[in-house]
Write a protein that binds this ligand. Structure first.
Ligand code: TXA
Ligand code: MG
Length: 356
């Protein structure tokens, strides 16, 4: 298939180009588009055949439901029923933005979109190109991240092109995704709100908005064998091709163990890449392949570069990637969730070997 690549400047949105992409979508095609979290791969939520194309292009398991993207709150009526009274406490604060809400679904949302669940995930993204595209499309747009299933989510148009060129109708090429991690997923379809996936809208922000304690149970990050509430969370995810080892613990112990682990693998003839942070980067000057993720004190710098850096390491063709864990607080909870899911091995530098 010939994929049409349409470039759009987010500071000067060319509506005639947006309309070309929107028309393809309305006619049952699939279109990759930028959002502030990661790039999405969209189809008309109500068009079963179009949604099926997304699962095929991504190689996505059919039991993993999609998020429907809207540009206007009035579209919620077409998707959700039994909307809780407190919903506007969330939407008024966090929409448009990186928060996905799960509601009971209307009968018009097809089973393929929600993987047979009686609930639907909805998000209003804040990226100006996403909003313009959704408005022009005129229908809710079901969109997972625009990567081949299992690979790190795409935060740059080149990642979308690498994974999906030739497999989809259109790629809207714009700037790099600012946040770099997928949205927070909050299930409000049950008795009390539950975070299914941590993201840039933090637990503290949700707790404040709802005036109740909102927690995230990280044990569910890798709970194999259990029945996950969010089907997507049971799959190994965000994975580079190389083996990923994450080292957690106190910062000094982490650095020591990263160096030991790197040297051990190098002496076994493996090529090794290290994902450092500004605070630790100078400790790894003896190693060739080091990518600095960002500043431990400014976790936004780490979230926005994590997935691209995993892809960059693959492009360097290393056998082993060693990453440092960071403190699990605020955005750090989401970053560590993605690193855990991408890891083949987790080493606790304070303690014994473990995999959560
Ligand atoms: O930031 C994002 O959320 C990006 C951009 C494109 O909006 N999208 C994204 O989609 O990350 P995806 O498909 O890669 O992840 C959606 C997650 C999956 O873990 C899926 O299982 C969960 O949301 N999900 C979707 N619908 C659900 C539902 N009805 N109940 C529970 N979990 C649901
Ligand atoms: Mg995804």
């Amino acid at each position: 298939m010939d994929t049409k690549i349409i470039e759009i400047d987010s500071n000067n949105i060319e509506m005639s180009s947006i309309n070309i992409a929107a028309k393809v979508l309305r006619n049952g095609g699939i279109v990759a588009f930028p959002t502030e979290t990661v790039y999405g791969l969209g189809a008309d939520t109500f068009n079963e055949d179009a949604v099926k194309k997304i699962f095929i292009a991504k190689g996505r398991p059919s039991d993993n439901p999609l998020i429907s993207h809207i540009h206007d709150i009035s579209q919620l009526n077409d998707l959700a029923i039994e909307v809780p009274d407190y919903t506007d406490k969330l939407t008024s604060k966090f929409w448009p933005g990186p928060l996905t809400l799960i509601f009971k679904k209307t009968p018009s949302v097809p089973d393929i979109t929600t993987a047979g669940l009686d609930t639907v995930a909805v998000r209003m993204p804040s990226h100006p190109v996403a909003l313009a595209f959704l408005k022009a499309a005129g229908v809710p747009v079901a969109a997972p991240s625009a990567n081949i299933s299992g690979r790190p989510s795409p935060t740059h148009p080149r990642d979308v092109i690498a994974d999906l060129n030739g497999k989809i109708d259109v790629i809207i090429k714009s700037n790099k995704s600012e946040i770099g991690l997928e949205s927070t997923v909050l299930d409000i379809s049950g008795i009390s709100p539950i975070v299914l996936r941590p993201g840039a809208v933090t637990l503290k922000q949700l707790s404040e908005a709802l005036d109740m304690d909102i927690i995230y149970n990280k044990v569910s990050d890798n709970a194999e064998g259990s029945i996950p509430k969010s089907p997507g969370m049971k799959y190994k995810h965000y994975s580079p091709k190389a083996q990923l080892i994450m080292v957690i613990g106190d910062i000094n112990n982490i650095v020591k163990m990263v160096i030991e682990t790197a040297n051990h693998n190098l002496s076994n003839g493996k090529t090794v890449g290290i994902l450092s942070t500004i605070q630790t980067n100078s400790m790894y000057k003896d190693f060739d392949q080091v990518i600095c993720l960002g500043d431990r004190e400014k976790t936004k710098t780490i979230s926005s570069s994590l997935f691209t850096s995993l892809r960059d390491m693959d492009n360097l063709d290393v056998d082993i990637i060693i990453a440092e864990g960071i403190i699990e607080d605020g955005l750090g909870i989401a970053i560590m969730n993605r690193l855990r899911k991408a890891s083949d091995v987790i080493l606790d530098s304070n303690n014994t070997v473990q995999k959560y």
